[in-house]
Design a protein around this ligand. Structure first.
Ligand code: NAD
Length: 262
């Protein structure tokens, strides 16, 4: 490989990225960094109002982003998302499968509908997105897929997340096997395992009223001494999306302030 400068390695100008669950939280953090690096970014989310608000916000910074309403658990929606992406920019270089839900319910109180919902969004959704993105990337012989897993992909973070942990262990296992399947066709597939990150979803789960207090309790367990922010994940996603990580595939990058060490 010829020598390229750091700027060239991280430059995504002319590339197209899709980020599911990009209307807020970690997903929106990733949208911002990929767009800043020059990519055209498609926000794929069920929350249309918020997604369109973010597109308008980023337009003020001269970032090129679009919104495509997508429920990742729907095969028809995911197929339509890829079609809309190719229709708009005629290419798909980076796909970030980030949309996920994490309702907290003990197994003994969990009904089948909630179990199925969690697997449908977190696991089937990731499968559908990865399959459709990989089909398009294999056809041109290049592309990068990034799956947002969790520290819960390898170790439980708290009681009440058994269904979530099952889905996120699945995301990690799936990532490794797909990476093996498509490596020879020029497609890299990696995962990121975030620890606690302050997002709208966490706020909803912990309750906005006790958020500061709950975060403080968690922070005592975090060696780096603070909760993460969406940008802590976004900068790692940028690295995995860029050619700076050209020799990495099938890897899980843990970004948790050291919590798995504790
Ligand atoms: N925040 C954390 O502490 C943390 C830690 C580890 C892993 N994660 C993972 O990171 C990802 C994002 O989490 P977050 O905290 O930013 O969540 P969030 O709730 O703040 O945002 C999630 C986004 O996904 C969208 N979404 C939900 N269901 C969808 C569906 N079926 N189709 C398309 N979009 C959908 C929501 O509308 C929202 O915009 C999830 O996969 C989550 O499991 C989060």
């Amino acid at each position: 490989m010829s020598h390229r400068s750091i700027t060239q390695l991280f430059d995504l100008t002319g590339k197209t990225a899709v980020v599911t669950g990009g209307s807020m939280g970690i997903g929106y953090g990733i949208v911002k960094r990929l767009a800043e690096a020059g990519a055209t970014v498609i926000i794929a989310d069920v929350d249309e109002a918020e997604g369109n608000r973010k597109v308008a916000e980023l337009a003020k910074l001269q970032r090129q982003t679009f919104f495509v309403k997508t429920d990742v658990s729907s095969e028809a929606d995911v197929v339509a998302l890829i079609r809309a992406t190719l229709g708009r920019t005629a290419r798909l270089d980076i796909f970030v499968s980030n949309a996920g839900i994490y309702p907290q319910t003990p197994v003994l109180e969990m009904d089948v509908a909630l179990w199925d919902k969690i697997q449908a969004v977190n696991l089937r959704g990731m499968f559908l997105c990865n399959r459709e993105a990989a089909r398009s990337m294999v056809a041109v012989g290049s592309g990068v897929i990034i799956n947002i897993a969790s520290v819960d992909s390898v170790h439980p973070s708290m009681v009440g997340l058994a269904a979530y942990d099952a889905s996120k262990h699945g995301v990690w296992g799936f990532t490794k096997n797909l990476a093996l399947e498509v490596a020879k066709q020029g497609v890299r597939v990696n995962a990121i395992a975030p620890g606690g990150i302050t997002t709208e979803g966490v706020e909803r789960t912990m309750g906005a009223a006790n958020l500061r207090e709950n975060i403080k309790t968690f922070e005592e367990r975090i060696p780096l001494g603070r909760f993460g922010e969406p940008d802590d994940i976004a900068t790692v996603a940028l690295f995995l999306a860029s050619d700076a990580s050209a020799y990495m595939t099938g890897e899980l990058v843990v970004v948790d302030g050291g919590v798995l060490l504790s």
